[in-house]
Design a protein around this ligand. Structure first.
Ligand code: FES
Ligand code: FES
Length: 214
């Protein structure tokens, strides 16, 4: 087992969904949570907003370009909705508290922790999961680069890293190794494959510009 150091908290990208903000948002609902959440974080503070829950409510999520209708209790996270309701198990549950990045999906063009977002709050936003980034039987260039660089061991963190890398490259088409290290600092790998996966991200960035794979 490698002794690769975990990324420091301060190195994690600021654009990531903030667990503190998430918890703060729950705090804004206060005791309302136990009795049923209001329709969204934004509307929670609007006088006269219609409460929903605590029982299951019908919602529609835009997953990988298609509307998916499901029924969830308002307390259900996007991660649990994906895994338990839609059978999209690529995003993994490890810490379940916004720390490890194994649950990363892309929502509204940003890499987010699916374990830290309520499914009802994800309505109306385009969501991309690892299952939707390539046609069945093919590999997305980021996934292919991970294979080329042996950037996984147990593979449990890999879907989250691939999604984080995809979102990162779309915003940083010419990254340096150091920028990749910092940009993916919100994802952790217990097997310590950091060097390989950073090289994979550099290769995928080159490939996205039409360059040669390493
Ligand atoms: S399971 Fe979501 S960040 Fe760890
Ligand atoms: S490859 Fe095992 S946790 Fe990353």
């Amino acid at each position: 087992m490698s002794s690769a150091k975990k990324p420091k908290m301060q190195d994690r990208p600021k654009s990531r969904f903030s667990r503190r903000g998430f918890l703060g948002g729950l705090g804004a609902g206060g005791g309302v949570v136990g009795a049923g959440l209001l329709e969204s974080g934004a509307s929670a503070q609007t006088a006269g907003a219609k409460p929903v829950g605590p029982g299951a409510v019908a919602i529609t999520l835009q997953i990988n370009g298609k509307p998916q209708s499901l029924s969830v209790e308002p307390r259900v996270t996007l991660l649990d909705a994906l895994r338990d309701k839609l059978n999209l198990t690529g995003a993994k549950r490890v810490c379940d508290r916004g720390t490890c990045g194994s649950c990363t999906v892309i929502m509204d063009g940003k890499a987010v922790y699916a374990c830290s977002i309520l499914a009802i709050e994800a309505q109306g936003k385009p969501i991309q999961t690892i299952e939707g980034i390539a046609e069945p039987g093919t590999l997305h260039p980021v996934s292919r680069a991970f294979v080329n660089h042996d950037a996984q061991q147990c593979g449990f963190c890999t879907p989250g890293f691939v999604m984080a890398a995809k979102a990162f490259i779309e915003k940083n088409p010419n990254p340096t190794y150091e920028q990749v290290e910092k940009g993916l600092g919100g994802n952790l790998c217990r097997c310590g494959t950091y060097v390989g996966l950073r090289k994979a991200v550099l290769e995928a960035a080159r490939a996205a510009k039409g360059g040669q794979n390493a």
